[in-house]
Design a protein around this ligand. Structure first.
Ligand code: MN3
Length: 190
């Protein structure tokens, strides 16, 4: 199947001042779109043409001959989740069942927040920080480049892009401030 850039669930300026319209123009309009366009070109005439995006990610992972397909498919998937799990006036503690589960598996929301921030800051170079559910237990993980929880048998709940293109326009090199803004003002929990 061929893939399209999914529409954003908010206006391009809706996440400002924490994520600017200019960042969305580049990050969504150019980077995310390029992953999808590249993927569509790369899968043409291959066995991947009939697969869903998730199937392409899983079946092209860890195979050097399919690295280009994997990188673009995984990044397309990662960004689909990224935009969907942010909202204007988001951030802060989740509610209800998810909060209870975080408190059970991490000890407290603050402990989760600290682990998530440490993972986001500790990812050397490009990658992602995630809250995942694996075998019924929540944990934080980080992945390099386009890699994501699908290839580790885990379900992503949220994923934060820590490639420089995600924050350089708004925060320059201050990845920590970007992570704080995401957790306190942008993440959409429900
Ligand atoms: Mn990105």
């Amino acid at each position: 199947m061929f893939f399209e850039l999914p529409p954003l669930p908010y206006e391009m300026n809706a996440l400002a001042p924490y994520m600017s319209e200019e960042t969305l123009e580049y990050h969504y309009g150019k980077h995310h779109k390029a992953y999808i366009d590249n993927l569509n070109n790369l899968i043409k005439g291959t066995k991947f043409e009939k697969m869903t995006l998730e199937e392409i990610v899983v079946s092209s992972a860890n195979q050097p001959e399919y690295a280009g397909i994997f990188n673009n498919a995984a990044q397309a998937w990662n960004h689909n989740l990224f935009w969907k799990t942010m909202t204007p006036n988001g951030g802060g503690k989740p509610k209800g069942e998810l909060l209870a589960k975080i408190e059970k598996d991490f000890g407290s929301y603050d402990k989760f927040r600290e682990q998530f921030k440490t993972a986001a800051l500790g990812q050397f170079g490009s990658g992602w920080a995630w809250l995942v559910d694996k075998d019924g237990k929540l944990s934080v993980m980080k992945t390099a480049n386009g890699d994501n929880p699908l290839t580790h048998g885990a379900t992503a709940i949220i994923g934060l892009d820590v490639w420089e293109h995600a924050y350089y326009i708004d925060y320059r090199n201050a990845r920590g401030t970007y992570v704080d803004s995401y957790l306190d003002h942008l993440v959409k929990w429900d």
